[in-house]
Write a protein that binds this ligand. Sequence first.
Ligand code: ADP
Ligand code: ZN
Ligand code: ZN
Length: 677
Amino acid sequence: MHFVHVALPARVFHAFTYRLPERCPTPHRGARVIVPLGRRRVVGIVTELVDAPPTGFETNDIKPIERILDDTPILAAPLLQLIAWMAAYYCAPIGEVCRTALPKRLFELGGPRTLRPTEPNEFIDVGVVREPPLLTAAQKEVRAQLIAPLQNQQSPTALLHGITGSGKTEVYLQLFEEVVKQGGQAILLVPEIGLTPQLAHRVTGRFGKRVAIYHSGLTDAQRHHQWERMRSGDAAIVVGTRSALFAPFPNLKAIAVDEEHDSSYKQEDGGVLYNARDAAIMRGKLEGAVVVLGSATPSLESFAAARSGKYHYLHLPDRATGAKLPTVEIVDMRKAAGRRRGGSRTAPTGYVSLSEPLAHAIDETLARREQTLLFLNRRGFARFLLCTACGHVPICPNCNISLSLHMGRRSLVCHYCEYAIALLERCPSCKSPELLPSGSGTERLEAEIRDFFPTARVTRLDRDTSEKSGVRNKIFRDMNHGAIDILIGTQLITKGHDFPNVTLVGIVSSDNMLHLPDFRAAERTFQLITQVAGRAGRATKAGKVIVQTYLPHHHSLICAQNHDVETFAREELPMRESLSYPPYTRLVNIRFAGNREDRVEKGAHAIADILRTKTVVLGPAASPLEKIRGKFRWQLLIKARDTKTIATTLCGLHEQSKSLLPAGVRMTIDVDPTNLL
Ligand code: ADP
Ligand code: ZN
Ligand code: ZN
């Protein structure tokens, strides 16, 4: 072999060919090399060894590699295959996928050689290794089903559908125990960085020092260190977010994807737009590892795959501790009385955040010295400021959306680009002082709650209050110690936390989720309410959930009320099928963005015209959010039974996009998009 293909950190969709100089040893596939690229020297990964130059080139046309950095591969064959699959499936440059899969430091010129970990593992405070609890009969059955394939080298994908608290995590841990006993390693993926500390604590309680932690909150050096611990066999279990999927374990036997429905598994902003859950399934196939997708509210994609027999369906219908599911009450806001300042009752109006039934339930919960969670998926004081004299609403000049009112900061803030102006005293258009804050956010809800329940200890958790690191964990500690009576928050309070004394959960507005212009709005609302409801009454106490809505008969709410995933899927799937949405087709969203709207539109049309000769194209049209951070946005959508057939075309378009698009227009290809706004 005289030539190597090298994946480079560049926006190209194939590997580059380099020559091996005389007397140079042959590098391994998956090893790093330093090569010249234009005037630069860069670190790349050897993907292939070949004995002839590409057709049309002479040996001397091809530049030689400069140095081999690793004498063993840093990417084993299955990981290299996974990377190649991702590059093709997500239409991404292969070098960029390599960079996603490896710690950044490994690509630094003059950066570290691969090293043996010598430093102590700074994240993990070990002590006590706890005994696992005895599994319930249902858990035992699930565990047996997951362990069986380990013996006969199969690699099935299983969907573990289990209500919150049914003991899914316990099942993953006992599956991993078996894996470790057999000399293998396992990955536990969680959707969000905020969930890793608690889970890591639980996992180290079982596996001690053999646990690695891997997520984007680590420094480059820490990431590299954790990566080396996995590669050397020092760690056998990794707990982490998306990129933990690329754990360099030599004998990977199991992957558990917790909360598989969570859209955080999809990389959304920049980099390779991959879904870590889907890539995990592919890695399992390539490694011969068991993959278990766990959720109380499986995505409709996974649910349909389980129903068709593509995934193995496993069910945990009861809570492991015997606790009951909470009762869910739907409050019809068209009819309910609202509570006002000073406790007086009023007729319903658009500005009341709390209905009398919810306010009353809070009173009762406070009297029992138990805790309440109030969920509202909008931060800030009000969604916009309306001039009641002339109708003017201040908007963000970069994003064309209304500015949200933040009282704490005394400003109007854009939630997309953080553009902010000082709070206005008078309307900039007509000078009227009659400015009305409209559409409640968590900040206003907090003010109201403090007003209504003056003796309660109230805390708010959203992106505004949790910016400083550690705040979130402190709030969770205070909740567990009973130092908070009412916790108000956004999505941040909904995930994975186990507060034994929370017996009331209020969903202040379910409607602003249902009305999002996204085909998954109903699914997301169903999942969110079911998940939030799972926070109530987890231990020995009964829980209650109150959902406020103007759409009391919507199937998302009724099914969430009954904790009924099957019925929800039965009602929602035929709609998806009739409109050719996932899981019946795959979507590819192609976005165009640039400073000049006419050029963005023109570029979108140019690409649409090319694609129309190959497949059905919806659009192009201006994106629902037409302008973000000063960039105009257009998009077109492809619905295809099988994206493989058009993947090659898309990769080709992506690669030539510079010559196909007007200057200043950037194209992004988003395969299996989770966000269509
Ligand atoms: P899930 O992941 O489905 O939400 P967990 O595994 O976190 O469920 O279990 C919920 C609670 O029940 C946890 O406090 C856990 O320690 C406990 N638990 C799980 N399995 C058992 C069991 N077999 N016996 C006793 N307690 C259990
Ligand atoms: Zn005005
Ligand atoms: Zn903005």
